[in-house]
Design a protein around this ligand. Structure first.
Ligand code: DAH
Length: 343
């Protein structure tokens, strides 16, 4: 009988003496004493052999054994977990390769715009900027399109309800007026940017697109300068190609022309893009109307100038052989990431 009590006491001494050094040793401790086949369970199983009058003592001894073992297990478990956590925070492998940063891609319209800027920069043009929310005077009046002028109908836009006289610019031409009013000739600028039109011809048409404006004002600027400048641009942008200038009308230039580049109709894309003519219209241009110069404070007897304005989207379609202009606006990443290597 005494044996059982002695055995239990031995276990108690053993538990007190145990000091597992890590979580594996602690787990072994748990299995040895507290597990389903552990020492405490087998000591409990001895209860039947204890005489009735000593059962109470034995039960108490068992309880205190169990409590001691559980307390030791719990406190060591917490201590080890805390230690592992703080070790984990420091366990950074500084030599491991970094997480890859996903690289974005420039939009083909932006790439095309940058190419245009680059070509004109080589001819001494610098970039000028103007607001997209423009006033009526810069957008229309200074561009020789007074109120009630029929040309206004060609460029309907969005007007700001809370700011009478303010509108979303319909073209980049108002930047011409802003630059001429604030600088003296020689002036040689290009002005890229967003423009807006209220065109609800179809649900697919877009009310927003991009243009690049050009302006050159100095003494003795002629139509020959205009033609050569644009010819150089077309060569640089599209490779060796023919250009043609067709007489046209713009209120702010006189004479005015539209420039086409020759693509031919050999490929289906070129056929579609040129509507079967082989010619792709890319810009409007002309000699700055003397009235415009005067309205912007430049002496039209001393100075002359040329101007041009081109849409960017169509050039992007041509440069990247994109078959459908809607792709440019849908922002489908699978489409856009194809231009990752472009400048
Ligand atoms: N602003 C015209 C448009 O949006 C394009 C244009 C034509 C601009 C002739 C010019 C120019 O500077 O001289 O249709």
């Amino acid at each position: 009988m005494q044996d059982i009590f002695d055995k239990a006491k031995e276990v108690q001494t053993a538990i007190d003496a145990e000091s597992p050094a890590n979580s594996e040793a602690l787990e072994a401790f748990r299995i040895q004493y507290l597990g389903a086949k552990g020492l405490l369970k087998s000591l409990m199983a001895e209860m039947g052999k204890v005489p009735n009058e000593r059962k109470r003592d034995y039960g108490q001894l068992m309880n205190s054994l169990k409590q001691a073992a559980e307390a030791k297990y719990q406190s060591l478990k917490e201590a080890f977990e805390e230690k592992e956590q703080s070790a984990g925070a420091l366990a950074i492998d500084l030599s491991a390769p970094g997480e890859p940063v996903p690289l974005g891609a420039r939009h083909p319209v932006a790439v095309t715009m940058n190419r245009i800027i680059d070509i004109f920069a080589r001819m001494g043009f610098s970039v000028a900027d103007g607001p997209e929310i423009e006033d009526d005077w810069h957008n229309f009046t200074a561009m020789n399109t007074p109120e009630d002028h029929p040309a206004r109908d060609m460029q309907d836009t969005f007007y700001l309800v809370d700011a009478p006289g303010m509108l979303l610019r319909t073209h980049t031409s108002p930047v011409q007026a802003r630059v001429m009013k604030s600088r003296k000739p020689p002036i040689r600028i290009i002005a890229p940017g967003r423009v807006y039109r209220n065109e609800t011809i179809s649900t697919r048409s877009h009310c927003q697109f991009h243009q690049v404006e050009g302006l050159y004002v100095d003494e003795g600027v002629s139509f020959a300068d205009l033609k050569q400048t644009l010819y150089y641009f077309a060569q640089e942008m599209f490779g060796a190609t023919k250009i043609r200038l067709r007489p046209s009308f713009f209120p702010f230039t006189e004479p005015s022309a539209e420039m086409d580049i020759w693509l031919g109709t050999d490929t289906e894309k070129d056929y579609r893009l040129t509507k079967g003519t082989g010619w792709l219209e890319i810009l409007g241009c002309g000699m700055v109307d003397p009235d415009v110069l005067e309205m912007c404070g430049i002496d039209s007897k001393k100075y002359s100038g040329f101007a041009f304005g081109m849409g960017i989207e169509r050039q992007a379609l041509r440069l990247y052989e994109i078959g459908d202009i809607r792709l440019l606006f849908e922002n489908d990443v699978r489409f856009l990431k194809q231009f990752r290597s472009a400048m």
